[in-house]
Write a protein of this length. Structure first.
Length: 230
């Protein structure tokens, strides 16, 4: 059992390191200082991957403990995390709110988008501050992905992580999804991390257009031309 737990931890820690989830900001708040392992020469803070692992497991237990996953909302005002929260919601059964948070979603019953969740998962407490503030009025527990320069006001479970990199956000939400499903007894989760990663569609189209060779005028269709033998 010990070896299994160790290999499980090693797998998560390795993935966190590969995606750069341990790379923090240069600034450190007092509340986040306990999650910092060391500091690089250029001033960038490095997060403790062991504490990242522990917090991911705690957050997964909180999510898996709720009998109705639709009462969970994953929020990302940050563009680089919007695809990740959508995929997290798709595989776990949670709701997802990507983009601008509609004011009054948790406090105003007259709004069309009014919801009564039992748990919120925030990509960044600073970017998603409106959702954080509203949840504090309604006493809704908060799980938040927090960088070294974030404050933990109103946050119940902070996952210390690089919440600005698209690779890091994709990895954390993928690990969180896999861990939640594992706790529910579903061990067949085999989706690629790439599905959780943000893609700039416009840049991709521009790149494809640049790589596509343009034939000179009047030469279209000559590749397949042939002369029938007489």
């Amino acid at each position: 059992m010990t070896s299994t737990e160790l290999s499980h931890k090693e797998d998560i820690v390795q993935n966190l390191l590969i995606a750069g989830c341990h790379l923090g900001a240069k600034k450190v708040t007092k509340q986040m200082s306990k999650y910092v392992y060391t500091q690089k020469k250029n001033g960038v803070q490095l997060l403790d991957v062991s504490k990242q692992y522990e917090k991911i497991c705690v957050a997964a237990r909180m999510i898996a403990a709720l009998p109705d996953p639709s009462t969970i909302i994953a929020v990302s005002g940050r563009v680089s995390g919007q695809r990740a929260v959508y995929k997290f919601g798709k595989f776990t059964g949670a709701q997802s709110v990507a983009g601008r948070w509609t004011p009054g979603m948790l406090t105003n019953q007259n709004t069309k988008k009014y919801v009564e969740p039992r748990l919120l998962v925030l990509t960044d407490p600073r970017t998603d501050y409106n959702a954080l503030k509203e949840s504090s009025y309604m006493n809704i527990p908060i799980i938040a992905l927090c960088n070294t320069d974030n404050t933990l006001e109103y946050v119940d479970c902070a996952i210390p992580v690089n919440n600005r990199s698209k690779k890091s956000l994709a990895m954390v939400y993928w690990l969180l999804t896999r861990e939640v499903l594992r706790l529910k007894g579903e061990n067949n989760f085999s989706e690629l991390i790439d599905l959780f990663m943000y893609r700039d569609v416009e840049k991709t189209e521009e790149k494809v257009a640049e790589e596509t060779p343009v034939l000179p005028e009047g030469e279209e269709g000559q590749e397949g031309d042939y002369v029938e033998a007489s």
